[in-house]
Design a protein around this ligand. Structure first.
Ligand SMILES: Nc1nc2c(ncn2[C@@H]2O[C@H](COP(=O)(O)OP(=O)(O)OP(=O)(O)O)[C@@H](O)[C@H]2O)c(=O)[nH]1
Length: 460
């Protein structure tokens, strides 16, 4: 056996024999208590585990109250205490293991006080806390204006609530619950909770701080099953029925309020969405109307109101575009000018409205005779102009003949018989638009001069 191994055995044997003295809270069940001189409670069960997982043996140092237990720890009358929260004050004379037991803290009052969610809900009511308890250190630090009354024990605190000496008592759920049941303080109820929860650890006097790693290791080894067994054993107590129901009522009421808030929000949202939907539809309709109006405006800016043929402005811009093609590709196109014969007579004899009708009917006949690609426009009054792309003089004369024949065969308003005069001109190399149109006009003038109801082509 090596020398090093002998040394380890020696150290373990020495530590195994080491007695540790622990101070207790005699009156903090189910966490810890001394009943008939026997240490009992949650701490006592964990102590059994520590006995197995560490090399130490333990001796109890009795104390009449928690307050005196603290004094014992400060004066090193014992080495450790098994269950307490870490606080700034306690850290001055104790060092702590990692926490190994957790529990909620609650508020107790008579049933006439409304449910309290957190310490701020206590307002200017008097709150009782046990002397030396962690809450007595933390509440004044966080809520300096809180009216506190210091109690010697939890039992005294709860009785003080029952007798109306204080309004609220704060402490650990498990110990409060047990005390209420044991003392049969049935008029009290657990009436709120506080965010501070118990995180219970072993507190070592500073002289014994070196023991912490061994105990932390032991705490790490405690299984969930062991934790649960202890918790169930000591906290599986009947909670005052009234208390439970009250909490349940509050939870149910809170859930109902939240549900109705969501319902209300959903309804508001649905209304907003419906209104938005309507507005969008309205906007969509306005947009459609605007588009329609714009299209109509565009149409009107290019068309003649009476005949719905293109107007002079549009015709000129189209002819310009087309004319550039004519010059570029040296193709031949023709222009045809048409004038209704003796139209003034129709107006004079039958009235302007009939004249308008005849103009419209003629426009229809003209559109029917023309080919796709031909562009007809009202030039002014009873005069019309047609661009005949890629059309020679001969072809344009043939088309004009078809038109003259169609007009001759049409029965106009009031059985009016109408004739037309037509002048055509063909585009030439080095032509310009004005002279091209003028040549058609000259040809039309010739047709008029030669008795009307005929076609004349400008001789190039
Ligand atoms: N109803 C109607 N008449 C129009 C319109 N624009 C022009 N006029 C008429 O058309 C007539 C044209 O008369 P004139 O220029 O003497 O020609 P015309 O009577 O056809 O005789 P010729 O052309 O020589 O055969 C005038 O009485 C104008 O008032 C229109 O939009 N509607």
């Amino acid at each position: 056996m090596s020398l090093a191994l002998l040394c380890v055995f020696g150290a373990f044997a020495q530590e195994k024999n080491q007695q540790l003295t622990f101070c207790v809270d005699p009156d903090w069940m189910p966490f810890e208590g001394v009943i008939n001189g026997q240490h009992t409670g949650i701490a006592s069960d964990y102590l059994e585990i520590f006995k197995q997982l560490t090399p130490y043996s333990f001796t109890i140092k009795p104390s009449p109250s928690w307050h005196q237990t603290i004094e014992q720890l400060q004066s090193n009358a014992c080495d450790l205490t098994l269950m307490l929260n870490r606080t700034t004050e306690r850290e001055k004379f104790l060092s702590f293991s990692m926490p190994y037991f957790f529990g909620p803290n609650v508020l107790v009052s008579k049933p006439n006080i409304p449910f309290m969610q957190g310490l701020p809900a206590i307002g200017d009511m008097t709150l009782g806390v046990v002397s030396g308890y962690r809450l007595l250190e933390e509440i004044p630090r966080n809520y300096p204006k809180m009216k506190l009354k210091i109690m010697d024990s939890e039992a005294q605190g709860l009785k003080a609530v029952e007798q109306g000496e204080i309004d609220v008592y704060a402490g650990s759920l498990y110990s409060i619950n047990l005390t209420i049941n044991q003392l049969e303080l049935e008029t009290l109820k657990i009436n709120g909770w506080i965010s501070l929860q118990d995180q219970l650890r072993i507190g070592f006097t500073k002289a014994n701080a070196h023991l912490i790693p061994a105990f932390n290791q032991a705490i790490d080894q405690i299984t969930s099953k062991q934790h649960n067994t202890i918790l169930n054993k000591w906290t599986n107590v009947k909670i005052v029925k009234q208390t439970d129901n009250t909490l349940l009522y509050y939870l149910t009421a809170s859930a109902a309020i939240i549900f109705f808030i969501f319902l209300w929000r959903s309804l508001v949202n649905m209304k907003v969405f419906a209104a938005l939907h309507d507005k969008n539809q309205e906007l969509e309709k306005i947009k459609e109307e605007l588009t329609k109006a714009n299209k109509n405006l565009e149409y009107r800016s290019f068309h003649d109101n009476l005949t719905n043929l293109y107007n002079r402005h549009y015709f000129m811009s189209t002819v310009k575009d087309h004319f550039n093609n004519v010059l570029r590709h040296q193709c031949i196109s023709a222009i045809m000018m048409i004038d209704l014969d003796f139209f003034k007579k129709i107006n004079d004899e039958h009235g302007h409205n009939v004249g308008d009708k005849v103009l419209q009917q003629f426009s229809t006949v003209l559109s029917q005779v023309l080919r796709a690609g031909d562009i007809a426009a009202r030039w002014g009054g009873e005069e019309f102009i047609v661009l005949l792309p890629k059309t020679t003089k001969v072809d344009s004369i043939a088309l004009a003949q078809r038109l003259v024949k169609a007009v001759d065969e049409t029965t106009f308003e009031l059985n009016i018989h109408l004739t037309i005069s037509v002048g055509v001109s063909q585009s030439t190399a080095n032509d310009d638009i004005a002279s091209w149109i003028e040549r058609a006009d000259i040809a039309l003038y010739q047709a008029k001069n030669e008795g009307r109801n005929c076609i004349k082509a400008f001789a190039v």
